[in-house]
Design a protein around this ligand. Structure first.
Ligand code: HEC
Ligand code: HEC
Ligand code: HEC
Ligand code: HEC
Ligand code: HEC
Ligand code: HEC
Ligand code: HEC
Ligand code: HEC
Ligand code: HEC
Length: 423
């Protein structure tokens, strides 16, 4: 080993010298003997240099020693990796977090590179379930490199970064879907699986909508914690603000708080959120409302009214559509009422949103607005169909008249013919 290292040292010194001679190294880049020597080592010691080109720290002109300490101008391994020169080796746990924090918590230093970058990752991290656990010596939890990788740390805007929205579920799932790792904590391991069946996942991965949430949108990046009962409305409200505002002003706000129930999540779930069906609303057995409201209480009555109102508008839109499409098929001009129906459909969406005010009267305002449009549209559809019938009758009558004329003419011609033959 000793002689091998001596040989290695001699060899790499030669390479460095050659580099200097040709002005390729040294001239542009700071000396980095760590990279040079480690490029020639084997196994895990060689992996960092292999990945290094993809790392943002390299791109920004930082070297191995900026994280690891030591002296990157020395070709002698003892001198290069000298603990007296601050070499810290390969840190784990809290020491690792401190390594990253050396720069990422230093506002003055970071400002030189990127004034808009936050510098609270480490302090936030120690408020998270991960960070608190780490402090107790638990090494199973996520540290900076569990989520960002190491030696190929990419900027968060890079689609290949592990923290890019489309990759986050896999990054968290690496631990949170691991039954063995999670067993001691008695937390479930189905979050990723459920999330992958949700409307959110579909919007993010299939429709490419980067505004749809993944794990960190709801749990935070560095302060990863499950949202508590009181904060759920805020978590969902980041994006669904209209729903949150309505809910917060509704009679359910106080009622759900008192029962200790997590607002939106109680009715919609958290990880596997689906497109809500109209069947959730109302007083049948399968509705959400009937879980708490029973015949006779004011919530029950209003739930029933709300469901009827939404059904009424939905059905009215459907029958308008049917009449107008029949008229269209028959070649009648009905583009205006067809266009007007768009607004009725918007009113239906607004009424579904207004469910969250949990007040039947306010929902009926939107339903009524929609019904006014559908009634007019249906009427125009019927008018168009009546006109079509009228035109058809007109056509039939004129056909009969023409037929009579033709038959008349035919007999007339025969009469004329016979007459001329007789003469
Ligand atoms: C001349 C070759 C050589 C140079 C130069 C060198 N290393 Fe190493 N490094 C080694 C060898 C060999 C090992 C494995 C044996 C050991 O731990 O000493 C190693 C181990 C390491 C480890 C793992 C230590 C651990 O505790 O697990 C780190 C981290 C490391 N080097 C970083 C650096 C950094 C940073 C520099 C530059 C400041 C550097 N090395 C310079 C050869 C070198
Ligand atoms: C952004 C900070 C950072 C930079 C820059 C960095 N490292 Fe590391 N390195 C780490 C951390 C953190 C660990 C511990 C990771 C682990 O245990 O998986 C580590 C681990 C290592 C190890 C031990 C690997 C093992 O599996 O035994 C070596 C060797 C190493 N680094 C060499 C380098 C070299 C060479 C460079 C420059 C090309 C470099 N590092 C640049 C943070 C950094
Ligand atoms: C549980 C996973 C996780 C852990 C642990 C974690 N990060 Fe992050 N980090 C993320 C995610 C996700 C983002 C991306 C946020 C976004 O999309 O804007 C991020 C973003 C960042 C950014 C970009 C600026 C910012 O704040 O948005 C930096 C710098 C960063 N992390 C450093 C760190 C450091 C240093 C640590 C260790 C204290 C750490 N991270 C620990 C998941 C994590
Ligand atoms: C020597 C200082 C230093 C250390 C130590 C350091 N970083 Fe960085 N890091 C930087 C600088 C400088 C940038 C570039 C910021 C920029 O220009 O956007 C950066 C960028 C990043 C980014 C990308 C942020 C973005 O813009 O998207 C992440 C993620 C990151 N570092 C994570 C880490 C992690 C994890 C560690 C510890 C393993 C670490 N850093 C250690 C200085 C450092
Ligand atoms: C390196 C493995 C690892 C990674 C990666 C990881 N976690 Fe964790 N996480 C853990 C462990 C272990 C716990 C258990 C700590 C406890 O509950 O005491 C935990 C706890 C949590 C908790 C608290 C659960 C509870 O009910 O107490 C949340 C929330 C969480 N993680 C979210 C995330 C998110 C979001 C990500 C990705 C951005 C992530 N984690 C990435 C290992 C990890
Ligand atoms: C739309 C928001 C949202 C998304 C996306 C989300 N979570 Fe959650 N998660 C929650 C809420 C809210 C809770 C709190 C539990 C509750 O009260 O229902 C929670 C609870 C948890 C817990 C605690 C244990 C449990 O199941 O109750 C873990 C761990 C967790 N989530 C991990 C994840 C991971 C990993 C992902 C990504 C695959 C993820 N979450 C995506 C909202 C979300
Ligand atoms: C980061 C933004 C964001 C967060 C946070 C978020 N959502 Fe969403 N949500 C969306 C997007 C985007 C869609 C998809 C819209 C589409 O394409 O249909 C969506 C869709 C939905 C749908 C289906 C709507 C439909 O018409 O089918 C429901 C229900 C829903 N979210 C409930 C929630 C709940 C409950 C929470 C909190 C636990 C939550 N969302 C958190 C952005 C978010
Ligand atoms: C008491 C149960 C309940 C609570 C609490 C609740 N919702 Fe709903 N939500 C419903 C019902 C029922 C529907 C379906 C209405 C319909 O289509 O008939 C719905 C529909 C939705 C839709 C889809 C609307 C559409 O256009 O189809 C979204 C998005 C949504 N809710 C988000 C939220 C958010 C965000 C919260 C928290 C602020 C929340 N909900 C709280 C019962 C609830
Ligand atoms: C988890 C239990 C729970 C669920 C589920 C629930 N509610 Fe409620 N609701 C309550 C409580 C508690 C109150 C306040 C006490 C009361 O007035 O009955 C309330 C009040 C109401 C009120 C106000 C009644 C008044 O006094 O004017 C309306 C309206 C209402 N709920 C409608 C609904 C509808 C619609 C649904 C289904 C989408 C629903 N609720 C689902 C528990 C629930």
């Amino acid at each position: 080993m000793q002689t091998f290292l001596k040989f290695l040292r001699g060899f790499t010194e030669g390479v460095v010298l050659l580099g200097l001679l040709f002005g390729t190294l040294g001239a542009q880049e700071k000396p980095n003997t760590c990279l040079e020597c480690h490029s020639m080592l084997e196994g895990s010691l060689q992996i960092p240099p292999q990945k290094w080109n993809a790392d943002i720290h390299k791109t920004k002109g930082l070297g191995c020693a900026d994280c690891h300490g030591g002296d990157p101008t020395q070709m002698d391994d003892q001198k290069a990796m000298n603990r007296a020169k601050g070499f810290v080796g390969a840190p784990q746990g809290a020491a690792l977090v401190q390594m990253c924090g050396k720069c990422h918590s230093d506002a003055a230093f970071m400002k030189k590179y990127n004034p808009s970058l936050r510098v609270d990752q480490v302090s936030e991290y120690f408020t998270s379930v991960h960070g608190k656990r780490l402090k107790t010596g638990d090494q199973n939890v996520a540290t900076c490199i569990s989520c960002h990788g190491v030696h190929e740390i990419r900027p968060v805007s890079d689609p290949r970064a592990r923290v890019y929205p489309t990759n986050v579920a896999d990054t968290c799932g690496a631990c949170h879907s691991n039954d063995k790792l999670m067993a001691p904590y008695k937390i479930k391991t189905h979050q990723k699986e459920e999330y992958q069946l949700s409307v959110h996942y579909e919007a993010l991965m299939k429709k490419g909508d980067l505004s749809a949430p993944t794990c960190n949108s709801c749990h935070g990046n560095h302060g990863a914690a499950p949202p508590g009962v009181g904060s759920v409305t805020n978590v969902c409200g980041q994006c669904h603000s209209v729903f949150a505002d309505l809910f917060n002003k509704s009679p359910h706000k106080a009622a759900f708080n008192q029962m200790g129930l997590p607002a939106c999540v109680y009715c919609h779930g958290n990880h596997g959120i689906k497109h809500p069906e109209d069947t959730l609303l109302g007083v049948d057995d399968k509705t959400l409302c009937s879980q708490c409201h029973t015949s006779g209480d004011p919530g029950f009555q209003q739930a029933q009214t709300m469901r009827q109102a939404i059904d009424q508008l939905k059905n009215s839109i459907a029958s308008s559509e049917a009449v107008l499409s029949e008229a269209e098929h028959k070649g009648m001009e009905v583009s205006q009422p067809v266009y007007d129906l768009i607004e009725a459909r918007q009113d239906l969406t607004k009424a579904r949103t207004q469910v969250h005010a949990f007040n039947a009267a306010s929902l009926q305002v939107f339903v009524q607005a929609g019904l006014n449009i559908t009634h007019r549209a249906t009427e125009k559809g019927h008018q168009a169909l009546a006109e079509y019938q009228f035109r058809r009758k007109g056509l039939a009558i004129s056909l009969v008249v023409i037929l009579i004329v033709i038959v008349g003419l035919y007999f007339k011609i025969r009469q004329v013919d016979r007459r001329s033959n007789g003469e």
